[in-house]
Each structure stands twice: as C-alpha cells, then as structure tokens.
Design a protein around this ligand. Structure first.
Ligand code: FE2
Ligand code: FE2
Length: 167
C-alpha cells in the first residue's frame, strides 16, 4: 500500500505538469482513474447514476485490459523472468473480464449487481497491487527508458483510439 502510494505521487506530478508518461506510469494513471470510479460508486445511491458509473467502470477496465494485453504484456513476455508473472496476470484478467461481461448485462437483479461489483472491486484492487508492487518495478529494471517511453506512446495512441470508437 505504502510502496504503491510512493510510486504514484511522482506519476501524478508528472501528469499534472503535462509531461509525457511512460508505459508503467500511463497504466498507473489508468489504475488511479478506476479507483476514483470505485470510490464514486460506493458513495452514490441514485440507481440511474450508479448504473452510469458502473458502465463507465466496465468501459475503462475493458479498455485498460485490452491495451495491456495487446501492447504491454507482449513486450513484458519477451523478458524471461517476467513470463510467470505475466501468465498470472492474463489469468487475473480473465476472471475480471467475466465479471465485466456479467455487469454489462442489464437483466440482473440489483442484489446480484452489488455482489458482482464487490467481487470486481476486490479482484481489481488485488491485480492492481500486484502490477504496481511486483510487475512494474521489475519491468522498469529490465527495460530501457527509451523502450518504456515508446511503449507509453503506443498505449496512449491505443487508448485514444478506443475512446474515439466509443464516442
Ligand atoms: Fe493494469
Ligand atoms: Fe492488468
């Protein structure tokens, strides 16, 4: 928790000063955005608004998982010592995506939605901690800054494209 906080502060400052973020920084910003949405969904009681926030969470997480799987994880997999941790990450994504699929179906009762949402938040928080505390530090050690910047650019472009498609 503390490690996570200390690595996030410089990322936030860099983002505020409009400097380009590298790959892991870019992904950390996405994580923070999703955690803010989790905070919102816990506070809001109005069911219509809650529904909107849940759809936003689904969209943000689907996009995030997709760009990690299409761009970031394949680059990490090339590093032998990261292979096992990346395999685990794919498995965690699978579980998360199942919950996202369920949540995007509108036919569920509100009790079921609440249960799915609770499990989703727990799973995502666990996954995010593993990425930020274990995977990202290893990636930053193994990759050059140049490579991290290049991947950051690719992640940004892919995300803009996803947002454009959804608009
Ligand atoms: Fe992530
Ligand atoms: Fe992930």
């Amino acid at each position: 928790m503390l490690t996570q906080m200390f690595t996030r502060i410089p990322v936030l400052l860099k983002s505020v000063s409009k400097r380009k973020l590298d790959a892991t920084e870019q992904l950390q910003m996405d994580h923070m955005k999703v955690e803010l949405l989790f905070g919102q969904v816990k506070l809001v009681r109005d069911s219509k608004l809650r529904g909107k926030i849940i759809q936003k969470i689904v969209f943000e997480l689907e996009t995030h998982a997709r760009i990690e799987e299409e761009i970031f994880y394949p680059a990490c997999e090339k590093i032998a010592e990261l292979k096992a941790i990346i395999n685990e990450s794919y498995e965690e994504h699978k579980q998360i995506k199942n919950l996202l699929n369920d949540l995007s179906r509108s036919s569920m009762s509100s009790d079921k939605i609440e249960a799915k949402l609770t499990v989703l938040i727990e799973d995502v928080m666990h996954h995010v901690r593993a990425e930020e505390n274990e995977l990202f530090p290893k990636v930053r050690k193994a990759m050059s800054q140049n490579k991290l910047d290049k991947l950051g650019g690719q992640l940004r472009t892919a995300k803009l494209e996803e947002n454009r498609k959804a608009a």
